[in-house]
Design a protein around this ligand. Structure first.
Ligand SMILES: [Fe+2]
Length: 249
């Protein structure tokens, strides 16, 4: 495979297509009280492996390291008991895919990733999971977790963005390689970190109705496979569609 398929639908299994067509049980998966959904078996495993090989070969050279460690002053500057404060800590390799002139964008365009993440069925799939209409213009990002890469507890809240402050949707397509032993997503519900989910999947789809508290544990590699252990995530960010009354002619 030299390209991602033009349409996201072409990566899907029969189960995935049923979801896309709104025929899978559950319907709107992210309802009033649901912030997260994970789907397995929706993406064809052989196609998922081929997509991962494309990212390894063409996008890996253009990744940047995003790193924000625990600030020393988070302990040294703490003056009162039980008042620890932690910013969003993270270490991961990423390509933001925001600027068309960037090398990462051009590499993603050459392998068809830009087209697929702009396709009708990528957007439609997110709408099905969200259970509501989403803005047709989606944001794109690629993440690559290597050994030890993680994201500490955070909310992904953007209160300064009027189109995101009341919530938005992230959809992740995970393409995890064979060198990965495990990586977990931990997320909160009802005021506690309550759920743990294996996200080292080969073609798993997850969707988030943000903001809510979550974190991703450090990626653990299989013995002897440390250098090759990678978990790729293709990420789409979708704002809610404006109500029809807000559209200008
Ligand atoms: Fe997050």
């Amino acid at each position: 495979m030299k390209h991602f398929p033009r349409e996201f639908a072409d990566l899907l299994t029969a189960k995935g297509r049923r979801v896309l067509e709104g025929r899978a049980p559950g319907g709107a998966l992210l309802g009033r009280d649901r912030f997260f959904v994970a789907l397995s078996g929706a993406v064809d495993p052989a196609k998922a492996r081929a997509c991962r090989a494309l990212l390894d070969a063409h996008l890996a050279p253009h990744l940047k390291i995003l790193e924000q460690g625990i600030p020393l002053e988070s302990i040294a500057g703490q003056t009162r008991n039980h008042q620890a404060r932690l910013i969003k800590t993270v270490r991961v390799a990423t390509a933001y895919l925001e600027r068309r002139q960037s090398r990462a964008w051009r590499a993603a365009e050459r392998i068809g990733l830009i087209a697929m993440t702009g396709s009708e069925t990528w957007h439609r799939f997110a709408e099905i999971l969200a259970g509501r209409a989403l803005d047709r213009r989606a944001g794109r990002q690629v993440l690559c977790y290597r050994r030890g890469d993680y994201a500490g507890p955070h909310t992904d809240h953007h209160p300064e963005d009027p189109r995101a402050r009341d919530g938005y949707i992230d959809m992740h397509l995970t393409l995890s390689g064979p060198g990965v032993a495990h990586q977990w997503l931990v997320y909160a519900e009802g005021g506690h970190f309550r759920h743990v989910l294996d996200v080292a999947t080969e073609g798993g789809i997850t969707a988030y109705r943000l903001p809510f508290w979550h974190y991703t544990t450090p990626l653990v590699a299989k013995r002897g496979r440390e250098a090759a252990a990678r978990r790729w995530v293709i990420l789409g960010t979708f704002r809610f569609a404006r109500p029809a009354s807000e559209h200008t002619p």
